[in-house]
Write a protein that binds this ligand. Sequence first.
Ligand code: MN
Length: 206
Amino acid sequence: MYSQYKLPYSYDALEPLIDALTMETHYSKHHAAYTKNLNDAAEKAGVNKEIGALLSSLEEIPDAALRQAIRNNGGGFYNHNLYFSTMAPGAGGEPSGAFGKLLEGTFGSFSAFQEQLSGLAVARFGSGWAWLSANRGGELLLSSSPNQDNPLMEGAGYTPILGIDVWEHAYYLKYKNLRADYVKAFFGVIDWAAVAGNYEAVKGGQ
Ligand code: MN
C-alpha cells in the first residue's frame, strides 16, 4: 500500500507564488489519483516494493499494460511526494552550508545552477519534469523527463532530490501559458533544507 505524502502546510501556505486552488487540485485530485491508480495496478501486478526500488526495476513487471500503468502512476506518486515535500512556506533563497557550496562547486554559482535547471524546465516540450538528482557517489546531475518519468527509470544510478513539475496542472490556473514565470516562482518556495536532506540520504546509499 503506497501512501500519499501528508502536506505539513495548508493549501494557501505558498501564496502568492503558488496559489491555493492549484495546490488543492494538484494534491487532492491529481496526486491522490496517481496514488490510487498505483495501488490498484500494484495489487493487480502483485508487487509491493519500496517505490524507488519499484521504479528502478519496471522491466521486471511482465504484463506490458500493468508495467505502463505502474510507470505512469508510480511515477506520478513518487514525483509528487518529492515535489510537495521540497516546497515550504517562507522558503526559497539560496541553500547555505555544505550543500550550497556543493551547488556552487558543481555549477559555478547558484544563479548558474538556477539558470540551467530553469532552462530544462522551460524547454521540456509538453508535460514533464526537470530534475536535480544525485548518485551514491554524491555527484549531481540536471535533466528533464517527459510525462511522469524520472531518473530512477533510466538506470544510471541517479535519484531525484528536487523536481519541478511542468505539467500545465501545476501552473495554468495562475500563470496560464507563462511557464517561465511559474518556474521562477517555484524557486521562491524551494525548501533547501529538505533538498539537502534528500542529497545526504542518496549519498549515504539509502
Ligand atoms: Mn503534477
